[in-house]
Design a protein around this ligand. Sequence first.
Ligand SMILES: [Fe+2]
Ligand SMILES: [Fe+2]
Length: 247
Amino acid sequence: MRERFWEMVSEAAQDEADAVGFYRRMAEIAPCRAMANSIEDIARDEMRHLNYFESLLCSRQERGKNHRGRRRRETAGGRTLTIPTIPDPYPSIQVECPNPEYARLLLDDYAGMVSEMTAINQYLFHHFDMPQELADVAQMLEDVAIVEMHHLEILAELINLLGQPPMYMDGQGLFWNASYVPYLTGCPCEQLKSDIQAEQIAIETYRRHMELIDDRYIKEILARIIMDEELHLHLFSEAYKTYCSGR
Ligand SMILES: [Fe+2]
Ligand SMILES: [Fe+2]
């Protein structure tokens, strides 16, 4: 009975995530701004429901001891993930036309100081450094790093299509540097705090770049990546609340 309850919580979270994606797609094609705003309000309500079910899953005492009851999902790369994922497919990778200025903006997201490249290395290092008692956080960090690898790949393809080689550098031509990673060795709560901040900055930067880039294909792709980053922000915040609040 109890196991069935947790399966239902997991299914409810997935249904809410589906609903959020559905309403967001609906708002994007609404015939007027007023309708779009109302539908976005509904999507925000669904997001609150999603957050509730995810917080139940995150605070579950048995979490980490028994993953058999949880749904396992595949990533684009065929790797099995244990974290929840956004069900919406990624838009196809295309651009309206080559544009070196847009490539430079995306290079900042790709391999700048706070970037996909930094996120991958930051979350992997925090995964390596997590203590045994936070094994489920360690697993989550590795899974999120795998999603960030997919973002890196998407940005590499876009930068190529925009006419620049996707070398590991920012928009100013500064090569990516391992000192960008906030290592915070031995301090799991500080690490989680820095992971939360990384997601917040990524979301802000992607939103700003969506305003600066006048290419409908790139805007759609960045909007889809932001959905992933919002989910990561939620997962990290819940983990912080579970293991670090009060410290
Ligand atoms: Fe990302
Ligand atoms: Fe992320």
